[in-house]
Design a binder for this molecule. Sequence first.
Ligand SMILES: NC(=O)c1ccc[n+]([C@@H]2O[C@H](COP(=O)([O-])OP(=O)(O)OC[C@H]3O[C@@H](n4cnc5c(N)ncnc54)[C@H](O)[C@@H]3O)[C@@H](O)[C@H]2O)c1
Length: 254
Amino acid sequence: MRINNCPAVISGGGSGMGAATAKLLSQLGAKVTILDIDLNAAQKIASEIQGNAIACDITNSESVEIALEQARKLHGPAKICVNCAGIVRARRIINQQGVMPLQDFREVIEVNLIGTFNLMRLAAADMEKIPQQDDTEERGIIINTASVAAYEGQIGQTAYSASKGGIVSLTLPAARELAAFGIRVMTIAPGLVDTPMLQKIPAEARAALIQNIPFPHRLAKPEEYAHLAVHIIENPMLNGEVIRLDGALRMQAR
Ligand SMILES: NC(=O)c1ccc[n+]([C@@H]2O[C@H](COP(=O)([O-])OP(=O)(O)OC[C@H]3O[C@@H](n4cnc5c(N)ncnc54)[C@H](O)[C@@H]3O)[C@@H](O)[C@H]2O)c1
């Protein structure tokens, strides 16, 4: 998929990996619309890249429909959809306060898994109506964001790991189904990335996590996620797959 002049929507583009992706796609000539529940954050990034910012809660069907409609009016239907919005919560099933409230589990699944699916389905419905690109027959590309916690979740990560495991599992069936329309579906599973989300973890815990990253022996940069997203967009044979972006990190049982 050619990026120059291509309409793109990026959820969670107000921060971290979504913001880095918005910036890189914009540099490459994409017409970027940032969808984020935090409108101020989205507007700040949009103003840096001459993009657009729309307040959107990915868990809400109507909110995403309205946001995509606004984005469509600005730039035409998005051919690139990058799902970066997500939340992280750490909570043991049983801790000193008692059993994990079901609502805690539900909230993480709601944003990370159901929210991702919600934007994916509505963006795909828009893409399906776009004329196919002449040379590649492509109509669109959807990139979702899982996590290595989908494979090696640690203690306290049942909800987060389940939400990201769901994204890993839907990648192939979604790609198989949307292939009929010339739409690809890919997922990136980052390891530990230096974003505001990870900065919420105390410094000692971050240092301990970095110890386990073989090479490069450091946190990933959000720009490295953005570069992978660009490669995925440009390489039409990448479809239905999950790519780990983790410096060979395999999180330990703890
Ligand atoms: N940072 C890491 O180490 C890491 C590792 C693996 C996976 N991930 C995943 O990568 C994605 C991006 O993470 P990040 O580190 O850039 O996070 P971040 O916290 O920097 O950015 C997440 C963005 O999502 C937005 N958001 C949250 N809930 C939303 C909702 N309901 N609707 C719309 N927007 C919403 C936030 O406002 C924020 O701007 C997330 O899905 C996260 O789970 C992060």
